[in-house]
Design a binder for this molecule. Structure first.
Ligand SMILES: Nc1ncnc2c1ncn2[C@@H]1O[C@H](COP(=O)(O)OP(=O)(O)OP(=O)(O)O)[C@@H](O)[C@H]1O
Ligand SMILES: [Mg+2]
Length: 510
């Protein structure tokens, strides 16, 4: 092969290599382009999604650039619709503004916040935005920063918290009102936790004679409760029922007696269960009630006194007769002596019964038997019953007729009820008294055969001065109701016109 030919071949070979290299490069470039294309497709897809999110968000979203040297905010670069609509601007108007133009704070304060955001990268804070018309919107701002080509941008999501602020204000106001109401209530209001006073309003402090909160808070409640009331208090604070009024006796810090009515209810204090007490001082009221009961008792005593005088005169007459017989020379035999002894006993019973009733004693609760009590009461009313031709039919259907109570006050109640029955039975008849025990309560029914009452009359019973009698005071039943309620009992009435009336007294049995 000639040299020329050889050179020619070599050149062709080189050219061939060159073509191959360019081909390979071309292929690589195509592949790269392909990837770029895919990436750019993907990018525009997420940009689209971001754009969508940006526009459908119910929060205002915007971003702006800041200059790093003096941390000052530039104009908004991009804003969503909520951002400008909420403040009442058009998109163009708002794009000509910067964050300092929409914030209530002074520019320097905003830059201070932005500086914080910049150093902490993300940040949440609350501020107030000013609308175009001057109205204010409380907002919560969540902001993040990002760098792009050496520039710093702030991306901000801004939530309208007017509703939340309103709700917070309502809660705050309600709390304040409740606090003021509790603090200034004329009733004592207190919270007891683990048997200790943990809160007491002014009125409660005053009631217990505490000079300051420290005097009472932390003190064990049982230190101030009258020992006779300890069990009662335990009962009312451990049951989860609807709040009930209960009579509670205390000793104040200074040792003075305090009679209150309390309403107790379960409460949560510092996330733990407690008891809230509403305490009403009834010392004065109970004192007045006591005077009223005493006065009415005197009235009852006055009314039955005539009958009793009669009751005593009968045996006295027979005794006088015996004395005359003996003076005339009759020798007293065993029969005479027995009769005289019975008559004397009768005088003794009636006069001492009358005296115990009339004695103005202190209130003294003891356990007593209602059957015996009723027999004593009937002894006082004997003459009255005899005069009106009324028989007593007493039926005892239970062994347990014991209650805790004030003996003279309970006697006063039964005298009132039986006297009312006597007064209504103008044609005589039978008063049936039934003693029973139902669900832990002694029931004493006094059933007459009198004229009965209409529903309207029944509804007026217990009203002070309600009477249909010429010489009645209309206080008998009112006082009876008060006494029975002070004994944690109740009185119910059933009446039928022309048939009669039944009063039933119910008292807790012991
Ligand atoms: N058993 C009864 N049957 C019918 N009505 C009665 C009966 N008990 C009471 N009432 C009615 O209730 C009224 C009030 O009774 P309450 O005992 O309070 O007063 P009073 O009997 O009228 O007067 P006081 O008791 O001072 O003598 C009576 O006037 C009477 O109208
Ligand atoms: Mg009466």
């Amino acid at each position: 092969m000639s040299n020329l030919k050889q050179e020619y071949f070599l050149e062709i070979k080189e050219l061939q290599d060159e073509i191959d290299r360019v081909k390979r490069e071309n292929e690589a470039l195509t592949r790269k382009l392909q990837t770029y294309h895919e990436v750019s497709l993907h990018l525009s897809e997420s940009e689209k999604r971001f754009e969508q999110l940006f526009n459908i968000s119910s929060d205002a979203i915007y971003y702006f650039k800041i200059s790093e040297n003096n941390i000052s905010a530039g104009k908004f670069i991009k804003i969503n619709e909520v951002a400008h609509r909420r403040l009442g601007y058009t998109r163009e108007e708002m794009l000509g503004m910067s964050p300092a133009d929409i914030d209530i704070h002074a520019e320097e304060e905003i830059y201070k916040i932005l500086e914080d955001v910049y150093t902490n990268r993300t940040f949440t804070f609350e501020t107030t935005h000013v609308c175009k018309d001057g109205s204010l919107i409380p907002v919560e701002i969540m902001t993040d920063t990002f760098d792009e080509k050496g520039e710093i941008y702030f991306l901000t999501v801004c939530r309208n918290i007017s509703d939340r602020k309103k709700a917070e204000k309502i809660i705050h106001n309600t709390k304040e009102q409740y606090k003021r109401l509790v603090e200034s209530s004329p009733n004592g209001i207190a919270i007891i936790q683990d048997d200790k006073w943990v809160y007491a309003n002014e009125a409660a402090l005053k009631l217990f004679g505490a000079k300051s909160k420290e005097n009472l808070l932390g003190v064990n409640i049982y230190d101030l409760l009258d020992p006779i009331i300890h069990n009662e208090y335990k009962k009312i604070t451990t049951k989860d029922e609807a709040p009930t009024r209960t009579n509670i006796y205390w000793k104040t810090i200074e040792g003075k007696e305090l009679h209150t009515e309390i309403i107790s209810m379960p409460f949560t204090f510092r996330e733990r269960s407690a008891t809230q007490l509403i305490i009403q001082d009834v010392t004065e009221q109970k004192h007045a009630e006591h005077i009223m009961i005493q006065a009415e008792k005197m009235n009852v005593i006055g009314e039955i006194a005539a009958g009793i005088a009669h009751e005593i005169r009968n045996p006295l007459t027979s005794l006088k007769g015996f004395v005359q017989l003996f003076r005339a020379g009759t020798v007293p035999n065993q029969t005479f002596i027995n009769i005289m002894e019975t008559e004397l006993e009768r005088i003794d019973i009636i006069s001492s019964e009358f005296l115990t009733l009339a004695k103005p004693g202190n209130i003294n609760f003891t356990s007593l038997d209602l059957q015996t009590l009723l027999k004593d009461v009937l002894a006082l009313l004997d003459t009255e019953l005899y005069k009106q031709s009324i028989l007593i039919d007493m039926r005892v259907t239970t062994e347990n007729t014991s209650v805790r109570g004030e003996i003279t006050q309970l006697k006063q109640v039964f005298i009132n009820l039986i006297k009312n029955a006597i007064e209504v039975m103008i044609n005589g008849g039978t008063i049936t008294i039934i003693l029973a025990n139902r669900s832990g309560r002694v029931h004493i029914s006094i059933q007459d055969e009198g004229a009965g009452m209409t529903d309207q009359q029944v509804s007026r019973l217990g009203e002070p001065f309600y009477t249909t009698k010429e010489t009645g005071t209309g206080l008998g039943l009112m006082v009876s109701y008060t006494i029975i309620s002070n004994h944690d009992g109740e009185i119910s009435v059933q009446s039928k016109l022309n048939e009669g009336t039944t009063f039933t007294v119910k008292l807790p049995s012991i």
